[in-house]
Design a protein around this ligand. Structure first.
Ligand SMILES: O=C(CO)[C@H](O)[C@H](O)COP(=O)(O)O
Length: 231
């Protein structure tokens, strides 16, 4: 998707922001346009406070001059705007392509509204084409991997689990100091069952299925913006 379309979705989301709002600031290339748009408005006098979902977003928001807070200081947020790797018509998401889904999920769960901004091609009939990111503790990696594979078999899911690597070939390390296993599943028939059972596996820190968190979506397409849910 062109950067102009990402920016258009982000600017529409930024137009929903008003004085006094406590904002969750998402992570990724689309969310970065939202952070830039909010920065511009802050420099024009908008009064908001932001809670970043990653160290990268924190650094960008600081450069933009957006006043920042933490969830400990500000545990209730009015609106989170974030990107997604996949979404379906029930506003169920796969996130974590950028490896930030642990903080993204905590921030979204602290928000009254979560609006997804994304490229229209990320809208799917069934989740799972995008590999599901599963953040895991480095300790006992093999044991956790085996437990996840057994869970997949018991749910009739097949596909590889791949340890995410950085450009230098070393394991990718999240902001929380964990690894990510990307599950190449193809299709996820029952996201609710998979989401809840993954959470029971010791060693799984958080997965990228966001269910019941997004309240709306703004999708950028060549034909214009498409809005889903409550905006
Ligand atoms: O979940 C995420 C990061 O963990 C991102 O929001 C997701 O990967 C989408 O990124 P982009 O807007 O660059 O396509």
């Amino acid at each position: 998707m062109s950067d102009n379309l990402k920016r258009a979705a982000a600017e529409r989301a930024a137009s929903l922001v008003s004085d006094g709002m406590r904002l969750g600031l998402g992570t990724g290339s689309t969310a970065a346009h939202f952070v830039a748009a909010i920065g511009e408005r802050v420099r024009g006098g908008l009064k908001v406070v932001g809670v970043p979902t990653s160290e990268a977003t924190r650094a960008q928001a600081e450069r933009e001059g957006i006043p920042l807070s933490t969830l400990d200081e500000t545990p209730e947020l009015d609106l989170t705007v974030d990107g997604a790797d996949e979404l379906d018509d029930e506003l169920r998401l796969i996130k974590g392509g950028g490896g930030a889904h642990l903080r993204e999920k905590i921030v979204a769960s602290a928000s009254r509204r979560m609006i997804v901004i994304a490229d229209g091609s990320k809208r799917v009939a069934k989740l799972g084409r995008f590999p599901l990111p599963i953040e895991v503790a480095p300790f006992g990696l093999k044991v956790t991997e085996i437990a996840i594979s057994k869970l997949f078999s018991s749910l009739d899911l097949s596909g590889d689990l791949r340890l995410r690597q950085s450009a230098d070939g070393a394991p990718f390390i999240t902001d929380g100091g964990h690894f990510i296993l990307d599950a190449h599943l193809g299709r996820i028939e029952k996201p609710n069952v998979l989401a809840s059972t993954l959470n029971y596996i010791p060693g799984v820190v958080e997965h990228g299925l966001f269910l019941g968190l997004a309240t709306g979506a703004i999708l950028a397409t060549d034909q214009g913006l498409v809005e889903l849910g409550q905006i």
